[in-house]
Design a protein around this ligand. Structure first.
Ligand code: NAP
Length: 256
């Protein structure tokens, strides 16, 4: 096999991706990787100016990107975006997140509802909006960004664990429902990544010591290390992969 034929398994030329929460962190890195593989990427988030800048950054690198500012929990504006999008996505990455690390005694049921709305219900709603376009395109790919804090519980972080567990369950359900339409639904479960959201932790020596003890690779994940996992799950090379949660955590979740 030639190297070009080999690379075609990871080629996303002609594909259109919507990545939620793509203004920073892992969402931006996933968007960049999908664009580098040839896709046009829509960068979603709630801050239009930031998304304009991020899209301009990618365009300056010769990549194809546009901003898609809307709140993923506002089902009306999300539906309007899908109805008006010049290029309908056949790749959807549900990456936007809300985190609230309070324990059960301090976390009201309404707070849990908010966590579920961003981390799980929005993924359900956006997938529902994306499916008709994917069917018209003859297939598509959904990637839900879950977390190792779904199957694994740290204790004292119940709302996020509940929401990410729900997103993993949704991944399985949608994988089965949409497989007959050529639409694959998978998830990526990151471990500890050094994103802006974790800035204070990255600088915290105690967390560094914990990772050195708990993680086989003994370090934080670098945000750029997430992108290739998303490219694989969306690419022709993963044509028989659906309902899978791809863990990217430096081996943390398999260590006793
Ligand atoms: N970093 C880690 O160590 C880690 C570990 C496990 C799992 N994860 C998962 O990986 C994903 C990315 O993590 P990250 O660290 O890059 O997160 P992050 O820096 O907190 O980014 C979250 C993104 O979501 C967007 N967002 C939040 N609410 C939104 C809403 N209602 N509508 C649209 N966009 C919204 C934010 O943009 P705006 O505020 O501009 O809207 C932001 O860009 C998340 O799903 C997270 O749960 C991360």
């Amino acid at each position: 096999m030639t190297s070009a034929a080999h690379l075609s398994r990871f080629d996303l030329t002609g594909r259109v991706a919507l990545v939620t929460g793509a203004g920073r962190g892992l969402g931006f890195e996933i968007a960049r990787a999908l664009a580098e593989a040839g896709a046009h990427v829509w960068l979603n988030g709630r801050h239009a100016e930031l998304l304009d800048k991020r899209a301009a950054n990618l365009k300056a690198e010769g990549l194809s990107a546009d901003p898609a500012p809307f709140d993923v929990t506002n089902h009306e504006t999300a539906a309007e975006w899908f109805a008006s999008a010049k290029r309908a996505p056949d790749i959807l990455v549900n990456n936007a997140t809300l985190r609230d690390r309070r324990p059960t005694s301090e976390l009201a049921p309404e707070d849990v509802d908010r966590l579920v709305a961003v981390n799980a219900t929005a993924a359900y709603a956006l997938t529902r909006l994306a499916i008709p376009g994917m069917k018209r395109a003859g297939g598509g790919s959904v990637v839900n960004v879950t977390s190792i804090a779904g199957p694994l519980a740290g204790g004292g972080d119940p709302g996020y664990t509940l929401a990410k567990g729900a997103l993993a369950a949704l991944t399985r359900s949608h994988a089965v429902e949409f497989a007959p339409h050529g639409i694959r639904v998978n998830a990526i479960a990151p471990g500890f990544f050094a994103t802006e959201a974790n800035e204070a932790w990255v600088d915290d020596r105690a967390v560094g010591d914990y990772l050195a003890m708990r993680s086989p690779m003994r370090r934080w994940g670098r945000p750029a290390e997430i992108g290739a996992a998303a490219v694989f799950l969306c690419a022709p090379g993963a044509s028989y992969v659906t309902g899978h949660v791809l863990t990217v955590d430096g081996g943390m979740s398999v260590k006793m």
